[in-house]
Design a protein around this ligand. Structure first.
Ligand SMILES: Cc1cc2nc3c(=O)[nH]c(=O)nc-3n(C[C@H](O)[C@H](O)[C@H](O)COP(=O)(O)OP(=O)(O)OC[C@H]3O[C@@H](n4cnc5c(N)ncnc54)[C@H](O)[C@@H]3O)c2cc1C
Length: 333
């Protein structure tokens, strides 16, 4: 079995299939697995900050049980500073690394095309080094974002691909900023709307990556991750990266200065990086936990599934991957 996509949903599915004795391989196009639950590192491997989900909540009892196992293994902790949300330890991607343990996972493998041939699926892959390879398998799990899953399914199922193609997603600009100051008094998570500064029209939240449990941090500096508002990100989707970085840096400085009650000196701003998540969150998802074609030879999962009126992010992705695995296990016996 091949799982396309090594984010939370793909790995939740693959780890459950693996535990059930099903031979599974995960292919992911990224440098590392994790998708939107990833941690930015330098070329030398040093941690910069969590670039996607900064933390996550849980309300589903089955997911809470799983989190307890993650906590027991040391790969997750409750972050009291962020209202008791959960984080990966020492970084968010520790969770995906744990799920990937013992599973055959290949990063740097972009799936270009899938098609049926002689009663099997053929998966065409382009590796990061430019090499091409094909895999044959009986069944496929698509755990990419919905539009990519729609592209890959294509004509195999017009119904599923048009349903997936209708899921709109929102973009989010993210800034990572090192400040050579401990920023004493700046809380772990700042909701910009509560500060009363004009920057709240651009910035949604500031997260102190250096305050997360298990982080190794220097005492004289701080690491902030800033999420721009979704409406501002959508309106400025095509903004030049240099300009996006300039605007977000300026507004973060203003917001942090308002909170500290004194100007944050420009010279204290260290390394700054910007990233645009083209599809950060679904605008409105699908109510079912996953989707399959008639003979369950292809199963689609991800955080757009299990929609309950809002995006439950990591929890939705994990539950959807699990539901996909259960569907495959049921129909394999
Ligand atoms: C800025 C930001 C903030 C967030 N904040 C929160 C939060 O506070 N709480 C919360 O719960 N959630 C949050 N989320 C959402 C959470 O990160 C996602 O819901 C979850 O990680 C989605 O997992 P997934 O497996 O469904 O998709 P993804 O993580 O997107 O995984 C899809 C994977 O498929 C791979 N892929 C795509 N196309 C191909 C292809 N053709 N071939 C091979 N591989 C492919 C990608 O590389 C990726 O790894 C946030 C996300 C972002 C971006």
């Amino acid at each position: 079995m091949v799982v396309i996509g090594g984010g939370i949903s793909g790995l939740s599915c693959a780890s459950m299939l693996h535990r059930s004795g099903i031979n599974v391989r995960v292919l992911d196009q990224g440098y590392r697995i994790g998708g939107r639950c990833t941690t930015r590192r330098t070329h030398e491997g040093e941690v910069v900050a969590d670039l996607g989900a900064p933390c996550f909540g849980a309300v589903d009892p089955v997911f809470i049980e799983e989190i307890e196992r993650w906590i027991g293994s040391g790969s997750c902790a409750r972050w009291d500073g962020a209202g008791g949300a959960f984080v990966g330890v020492p970084t968010m991607d520790a969770i995906v690394d744990r799920m990937a343990q013992d599973v055959d996972v290949r990063s740097g493998c972009r799936v270009e095309r899938v098609f049926r041939h002689d009663g099997a699926w053929v998966v065409e892959v382009e590796r990061r080094d430019g090499a091409r390879m094909t895999e044959r398998c009986e069944r496929i799990v698509l755990a990419t974002h919905p539009r990519e899953a729609a592209r890959l399914i294509g004509e195999h199922s017009d119904t599923i691909s048009s349903m997936l193609g209708s899921v709109e997603t929102r973009c989010v600009w993210v800034l990572m900023m090192r400040i050579n100051d401990p920023l004493e008094g700046l809380p772990a998570m700042v909701d910009a709307g509560e500060v009363g500064d004009d920057s709240e029209e651009i910035i949604a939240r500031i997260i102190r990556d250096d305050h997360k449990p298990g982080r190794v941090c220097e005492t004289d500096s701080s690491m902030l991750v800033i999420h721009a508002r979704e409406d501002w990100s959508a309106a400025n989707r095509e903004l030049d990266r240099v300009e996006a970085q300039r605007v977000l840096t300026q507004h973060t400085r203003s917001l942090v200065s308002s909170m500290l009650g004194h100007d944050l000196d420009d010279q204290r701003i260290g390394d700054v990086q910007v990233h645009r998540w083209g599809s950060a969150h679904p605008v409105e998802g699908l109510p079912q936990q996953c989707e399959t074609d008639d003979d369950a030879s292809i199963v689609v999962c991800g955080d757009a599934f299990g929609w309950k009126g809002l995006s439950l992010g990591v929890q939705s992705a994990w539950l959807s991957g699990r539901a996909a695995a259960m569907r495959l296990i049921e129909t394999t016996k």
